[in-house]
Design a protein around this ligand. Structure first.
Ligand code: PMP
Length: 394
């Protein structure tokens, strides 16, 4: 049977990660390929208690339809947290709750991108954003990343020449590279975009997983009218509850709300109620501190082993937060071959080339550290270093 699919969906690639995860999720595989939060850090007891309270005390409302923007006390909580963490003055009218922050990217694509519009993302860039925006058929441009953030000369040139509708970036612990933008880069981006029409979409999925004492102020602080932030409860409470949010000027929220009504009416209301109850009765900062210190330990353990065991010409980033380390191999080494060799030894890594919208990146690798314990990290890094010792084979 030949189905007449739209050109749009025919041109959109399947998520490479979801495909790879099918082969790497066998129990015998040590997987550095995925991006899962560590299951031991999900507070099942606390969530159970919150769910029980909500359903027992207000079940008939919590299980009913609700409004598109989301549960007001939750939106107020998020606005207040922006104020406390960053001194950002946001009103609850500027917050809309989504089914995971991934949905923000689809909705933003829907309301902003027409076919062939210029869309700028980081190089390497988040695969989920590439996929979400691809459905709206833009022309992608990419800006390179240094250890302290985007190449601002390249950014300036692309912005002047292409006038992109949006620049999508992840200033805190970027997926896939683990890079965090410096304060200077954030200010520079603010300056470059300030007299343009380019919206800066600031994906802050990892902002709370900051391993340092430094406060990284959002780019939105320098671009109040052009800054749109997206946030998520996935990495700090639970990804399965599928709750995130978008923070944007009210004119944008209004259009997002229309697009969301057409998509799914509103976000899972029961999840919104349970998470609000959870936040009201638990100290989320203590919980986040636990996640930060666990991930920070795993990250430094892994980078230390890489320094000890990998040949000097294998470069790695030194993340200040998040869940990923990025490897740069010598040009002649293929990360796809490394993936195949490592899988023969039951170790999974993620080749980096799908994160490049304009080609390249064949010698790059994304490594996840949040989902493996120290034993597995040691075994996995040993396997990779054995393969690197015999580079003729890759
Ligand atoms: N943005 C980034 C940068 C991510 O890494 C992820 C999760 N992989 C998401 C958004 C989507 O997360 P969620 O939909 O669970 O909030």
């Amino acid at each position: 049977m030949k189905y007449c699919f739209s050109k749009r969906i025919q041109k959109t690639p399947k998520s490479f990660i979801r495909e790879i995860l099918k082969v790497t999720q066998q129990p015998e595989v040590i997987s550095f390929a995925g991006g899962l939060p560590n299951p031991s850090l999900i507070d099942t007891e606390g969530i159970l208690e919150a769910a029980e309270t909500v359903i027992k005390e207000d079940g008939r409302n919590a299980l009913q339809y609700s409004n598109t923007e989301g549960y007001l006390p939750l939106r107020e909580y998020i606005a207040e947290r922006y104020r406390k963490r960053y001194g950002l003055l946001i009103s609850s009218d500027e917050i809309l709750i989504t089914n995971g922050s991934q949905q923000c990217l689809d909705l933003l694509g829907k309301i902003l991108i027409d076919k062939d519009d210029a869309v700028l993302i980081e190089r390497p860039g988040y695969l989920g954003a590439i996929q979400a925006f691809s459905l709206y058929e833009p022309e992608f441009f990419s800006v390179g990343l240094f250890e302290d953030g985007p190449d601002t000369n390249e950014l300036q040139n692309i912005v002047s020449e292409e006038n992109p509708k949006i620049f999508y970036g992840i200033p805190n612990s970027q997926n896939p590279s683990g890079i965090t933008y410096s304060r200077e880069k954030r200010e520079e981006i603010g300056e470059i975009l300030s007299d343009t029409d380019t919206l800066f979409i600031e994906d802050d999925a990892y902002g709370e997983l900051n391993f340092t004492d430094e406060i990284f102020e959002p780019v939105k602080k320098y671009l109040p009218d052009l800054g749109v932030m997206t946030g998520s409860f996935s990495k700090i409470i639970s990804p399965g509850m599928r709750l995130g949010w978008i923070c944007a000027p009210t004119e944008i929220i209004d259009k997002i709300s229309t697009a969301k009504q057409a998509s799914d009416l509103h976000s899972n209301y029961l999840s919104q109620r349970i998470i609000t109850q959870y936040l009201q009765t638990n100290d989320i900062d203590i919980h986040i501190q636990k996640i930060r210190s666990e991930y920070s330990n795993r990250c430094s353990f892994m980078t230390r082993l890489m320094d000890e065991m990998f040949p000097a010409e294998i470069g790695h980033t030194s993340p200040k937060g998040g869940m990923f380390i990025w490897l740069t191999l010598p040009q002649n080494i293929s990360s796809q071959k490394l993936f195949e060799k490592a899988m023969e030894k039951n170790v999974a890594i993620l080749p980096g080339y799908p994160f490049y919208v304009n080609g390249g990146g064949d010698n790059t690798v994304r490594i996840n550290f949040s989902n493996s314990d120290e034993d597995d990290i040691r075994k996995g890094i040993e396997v990779l270093s054995d393969i690197f010792a015999d580079t003729d084979k890759i």
